[in-house]
Design a protein around this ligand. Structure first.
Ligand code: DC
Length: 222
């Protein structure tokens, strides 16, 4: 199968943390019947493995050295790292605080992008969510969506979810946005041919409906 083929049945959903991208991606996958891949979970899983080994997340040579020893198993419902269930731990505060540093590492990115392409190839397309799906992982994706929302709204949603102070959450989101969009390797940015959808102004249901309609228009769905 060529890269063009994998793009033909692929919906790429990129955007910053808290934009509503995950919720939209899962619902689009459910409605379209296409398989779903959360690539952020993969970066989180590697971060979990790095922290468990006591490695400083900014120490790239140490991470490069350890990378081949970190064993990842991802299913639709669970994340297993080195044989132990890490589904909940990868969403915890420690991994969340360190994942942007690990995700900036070029070797980590190269390995995960390769795994993501193998996954698409095997599943014959899918709905992928991340930061660089439309720009790097599958530049030929038939539909690319960039999901955004104002930083205040993203902080409000996340603060509700984890029962935390909105100003603190906003400061952390701004810090992560900066790291993710200013890193040298595959920074967070919309692909030139992506459709940008702002969930501050639309409900999640409206955004899902827009994506499904676009997928139909592009022949991805009947
Ligand atoms: O979507 P998320 O919050 O679970 O992503 C966690 C981190 O991983 C975030 O800091 C950005 C990074 N990431 C990335 O660099 N590329 C992706 N395709 C997905 C996530």
């Amino acid at each position: 199968m060529t890269k063009t083929d994998i793009g033909e049945r692929t919906i790429a959903l990129d955007g910053p943390a808290g934009s509503g991208k995950s919720t939209v991606a899962k619902l689009v996958a459910e409605e379209s019947g296409l398989p779903y891949l959360d690539t952020g979970a993969m970066y989180r899983a590697i971060t979990f493995g790095v922290l468990k080994r006591g490695i400083d997340p900014t120490d790239w040579p140490a991470i490069d050295h350890a990378l081949p020893t970190i064993d990842l198993e991802l299913s639709a419902t669970s994340v297993v790292v080195d044989g132990a269930d890490a589904t909940e731990a990868i969403r915890g505060a420690e991994v969340t605080a360190n994942v942007s540093a690990v995700a900036a590492n070029p070797r980590v990115r190269a390995e995960l992008v390769e795994l993501q392409r193998v996954w698409i190839d095997k599943s014959g397309g899918g709905v992928l969510e991340g930061r660089d799906i439309g720009t790097v992982v599958v530049p030929t994706a038939a539909l690319k969506i960039f999901v955004t929302a104002s930083v205040r709204e993203r902080a409000r949603r996340r603060a509700l979810e984890i029962d935390a102070n909105i100003d603190k959450v906003e400061a952390d989101l701004l810090r992560r946005d900066k790291l993710d969009s200013e890193r040298e390797e595959s920074p967070l940015r919309p692909a030139s041919d992506a459709v940008t959808l702002d969930t501050t102004e639309h409900t999640i249901a409206e955004v899902v409906a827009i994506v499904i309609n676009l997928a139909r228009d592009r022949g991805l769905l009947q």
